[in-house]
Design a protein around this ligand. Structure first.
Ligand code: KG4
Ligand code: ZN
Length: 363
């Protein structure tokens, strides 16, 4: 059993993965994911219109031990059954990361377990292992990672070998969704609500600029925000009309999604990937999924997007990433118990002096 902990932003999350079950590629998440708990702090931060790092860290400190207890109960196992601990090392909010990392280190040290200190963004990628039918590893692949803190297009050359293709030079796309939603008067985090309104809107009535820096290696989303502010000012009371609100939302969503597709299309013709993975919180966006699916189907490229529960932040994705690393290192469940391997065999993530990495690009 592997215990996984995620506290990089405002979700406290704990999961327990049965590594042995997971090693069978046909096993479903319900079979290998023994515990899967996510405690969101959204209600706490909503009054501030965004995540307050100090408050988030304090919440993690209080919630984490409770969630750990609940995870063992729900998995029907005990700390003695664990073989390893995996935790998010970064990127994320420093104080938040420190809570999870310090807890994981202490736990692993106390129980003499190996510690895997992992990259949150890589976790988002491996969330596709939580699909009912798990994708075969095919390379090269492209990863479009879109969340509230990140917007990156990454080339996956082989298992855990990444090369940056493009990243945002200003706001993340999730941030652009959330800030636009705030301008429309929707409560934080407004991304999903804006998307729900957009589904009922006319995408052509209010066109917004598609972020299109000259540079193929950069996304830009700050222009949309300015255009939304101007449009909201110009509309004034007209925005109270429900259909107008839906139409503005649809215009915003369309501009944000098209900006992502523009770069992806170029990267597809340049790198000729055999698969595209979509992940991160914004991957839950249905319009983005539909546009991508249509584009990739036409080109005969496989497309993977995790189930929506695991698109946003969660520990299950950190757990399956940890399990994948252990299995890749050819450690069977039995070997673990009979012959704990030298720490060096687990790569650079093991030493206990490992620190949090608030900034840590995947590539
Ligand atoms: O991955 P995540 O949970 O946290 C970060 O690591 O940032 O992503 C959260 C982001 C928020 O900005 C939220 O508004 C956005 O994902 N999001 C969406 C949707 N669902 C979540 N944005 C657009 N459409 C959605 N359906
Ligand atoms: Zn995330």
């Amino acid at each position: 059993m592997l215990l996984a902990i995620e506290t990089s932003c405002d979700e406290t999350s704990v999961a327990i993965v049965d590594i042995n079950r997971f090693s069978d590629r046909s096993a479903k998440p319900a079979e290998f994911l023994k515990a899967d708990l996510i405690s969101s702090q959204t209600d706490l931060h909503v009054a501030y219109g965004g995540v307050v790092p100090e408050l988030a860290a304090r919440e993690h400190l209080q919630n984490l031990p409770i969630l750990i207890d609940q995870a063992f109960q729900s998995a029907g196992c005990r700390p003695d059954d664990l073989s390893a601990v995996a935790v998010t090392r970064g990127p994320g909010l420093n104080g938040c990361l420190l809570v999870g990392l310090t807890f994981a280190k202490s736990f692993a040290l106390a129980r003499n377990l190996p510690l895997l200190a992992l990259n949150h963004l890589e976790g988002h990628l491996f969330a596709s292992d939580l699909l009912e039918i798990r994708p075969e590893p095919i390379y090269p692949a492209l990863l479009l990672l879109v969340s509230g803190g990140h917007t990156e297009l990454v080339l996956i050359k082989s298992f855990r070998e990444y090369e940056l293709v493009a990243r945002t030079k200003d706001d993340a796309v999730g941030e652009a969704f959330d800030k636009s939603a705030t301008l429309l008067g929707l409560p934080y985090p407004g991304g999903p609500q804006l998307a729900a309104l957009a589904a009922r809107g006319d995408r052509a009535r209010f066109p917004f600029p598609v972020g299109m820096p000259e540079d193929d290696s950069a996304f830009s989303f700050s222009g949309v925000k300015t255009a939304v502010r101007r449009r909201v000012d110009r509309l004034g009371d007209e925005l109270r009309d429900p259909q107008t609100l839906c139409d503005v939302s649809a215009g915003i969503e369309t501009a944000l999604v098209e900006a992502l597709l523009l770069k992806l299309r170029k990267a597809v013709s340049h790198h000729r990937p055999r698969a595209v993975h979509l992940s991160g919180g914004v991957a839950a966006n249905t319009h983005l999924q539909e546009r991508l699916r249509a584009l990739l189907r036409q080109k005969g490229i496989a497309f993977f997007v995790p189930p929506s529960r695991w698109c946003t932040d969660n520990a299950a994705m950190i757990g399956v990433l940890g399990a994948r690393i252990l299995l890749h290192n050819a450690l069977s469940f039995r070997e673990w118990h009979e012959r704990p391997l030298p720490k060096a065999d687990l790569g650079p993530n093991v030493p206990f002096d490992v620190g949090a990495m608030p900034r840590w690009p995947l590539a």
